[in-house]
Ligand binder design. Structure first.
Ligand SMILES: *Cc1c(COP(=O)(O)O)cnc(C)c1O
Length: 458
């Protein structure tokens, strides 16, 4: 295991350090952001209104010449770092040969190679098949289609705090009303929601969480839906947008067992957790889970749009030719990027590196949680880390505190994201290539932001 986060080969054009030349956002970004308002639909939110000019490794360079530390990775996408030279070269090489044929029209090897890699890397050594798509939501949609075709059943069970996407079916599966669902109904039918095993907020306490959450899910299926009507149970092995919730140990294995006993397809949505992020190639591995279907996207294409459903050959085979696909599904340039990204993850030891990032950062975040009454909990796995902010002395969510800490980090040149059903979780998703010094610098800024907040509210 790599316990020192040393520098890795990059193109070396952008120094891996934080540098502020203007306030953040600077004048040029502010001007561009104002112009954007006249052209772009308002519905696209912005975490930090800074326009990026280039990016490398864990540094984003904005149009005002500021160098920001990237603890977002474009939402867990650029795990191999921004513009990794091997990914950039593979994309350029493929784009020069051909950019598109549509795999349903004429075939190309990259599609098959990515499928082979995913069949090898996803949990379990059973026979698998893979279908490639473009976005994460599309992968989840197709996992549901495949599960329905294979079982002949309609219902889908999802969890509280779930995030599965923004299309009609996946929005229906997503838990949070604002901003994802408000005004967009009616929703897709046959989506049922069970409690999530969220240890920090479980009414009976964290020790009873796994057992009680599992009992509630089983009761929902047996008494309200009927197991014979359930096609799939879909769960994120660590919940992402919902608040970086690491489920109580034993909950997901219990869900998987229950699903197997009732002929229900167990789908792990690994779109945010996959490809090393949590310190395992797939987060299901932490609990020895072997899902029937796995959805992946985000880090798979290292920034090029690519997603996948990988699963048991007999389930994947339930759909006849023509039933699955998409014009851009498994685009050749995106496949070239994915093959390069997977090679980087494996050859540069990025799974170990994610563990090393967690080992370096989590104890620090946990100390911060002990010292600061505004931090209810520090949690995470590998390089998927979070601080949940609460009103001091309570477990009441404090979204204003999360916004204040994020604003402090942004002003100091550290890009962090806020998430959670209650909007009170600061989440960290550094590129897995981040160097120790840069990570420490970013954590210093974050820690300072939290401590300042504690003073300002006490
Ligand atoms: C981001 C995400 C999705 C949706 O992916 P898109 O590419 O944005 O459609 C689905 N599930 C999870 C767990 C995600 O994190």
């Amino acid at each position: 295991m790599t316990d020192t986060l040393t520098s890795l080969p990059g193109s070396g054009e952008v120094a891996q350090r934080r540098l502020l030349q203007t306030p953040v956002p600077g004048p040029r970004s502010t001007e561009l952001h104002a112009a954007r308002g006249h052209e772009v639909a308002r519905g696209f939110g912005t975490t930090l209104p800074v326009f990026v000019e280039r990016a490398e490794g864990a540094i984003l360079v904005d149009v005002d010449g500021n160098q920001l530390i990237d603890l977002a990775s474009g939402i867990a996408v650029t795990s191999v770092g921004a513009s990794h030279p091997r990914v950039a070269a593979a994309v350029a090489e493929q784009a020069a040969r051909f950019t598109h044929t549509c795999f349903m029209v004429t075939e190309y090897e990259g599609f098959v190679d990515v499928a082979r890699a995913l069949n090898r890397l996803t949990p379990g050594d059973h026979e698998k098949r893979t279908a490639l798509y473009t976005t994460g939501a599309e992968a989840v949609e197709n996992a549901v289609k495949i599960a329905r075709a294979a079982t002949g059943r309609p219902a889908v069970v999802v969890l509280d705090h779930a995030y599965h996407g923004r299309t009609l079916m996946t929005m229906s599966m997503t838990a949070k009303h604002l901003p994802y669902k408000a005004g967009f109904g009616p929703f897709a039918p046959e989506v049922h929601r069970a409690p999530s095993a969220y240890p920090y907020r479980w009414p009976g306490g964290p020790e009873r969480c796994a057992e009680e959450a599992l009992a509630r899910l089983e009761e929902l299926v047996m008494t309200q839906i009927g197991a014979e009507n359930v096609a799939a149970i879909v769960a994120e092995p660590v919940q992402g947008e919902g608040g970086f919730i690491v489920p109580a140990p034993g909950f997901l294995p219990g869900v998987a067992r229950f699903a197997r006993e009732h002929g229900i397809v167990f789908v792990a949505d690994e779109i945010q957790t996959g490809f090393g992020r949590t310190g395992a190639m797939f987060a299901s591995e932490h609990e020895g889970l072997v899902p029937d279907l796995v959805t992946s996207a985000k880090a798979l294409g290292a920034g090029l749009p690519l997603s996948a459903v990988t699963g048991r050959a007999e389930l994947m085979g339930a759909v006849d030719p023509g039933g699955l696909g998409g014009t851009y599904a498994g685009n050749p340039v995106a496949c070239a990027a994915a093959l390069a990204a997977i090679a980087v993850i494996e050859e540069e030891g990025l799974v170990d590196r994610a563990r090393a990032i967690g080992a370096r950062a989590l104890p620090r975040l946990q100390r911060l949680a002990e010292d600061s009454p505004a931090v209810g909990e520090a949690r995470g796995r590998g390089a998927m880390l979070a601080l949940e902010l609460v009103r001091p002395g309570t477990t009441e969510p404090d979204p204003a505190a999360a916004r204040a800490v994020a604003a402090h980090c942004h002003a100091e040149g550290v890009l962090v994201l806020v998430c959670g059903t209650f909007g009170n979780v600061i989440r960290l998703l550094p590129p897995l290539v981040i160097e120790a010094e840069l990570l420490d610098d970013a954590l210093d800024v974050l820690e300072h932001g939290v401590r300042e907040l504690a003073w300002s509210t006490s």
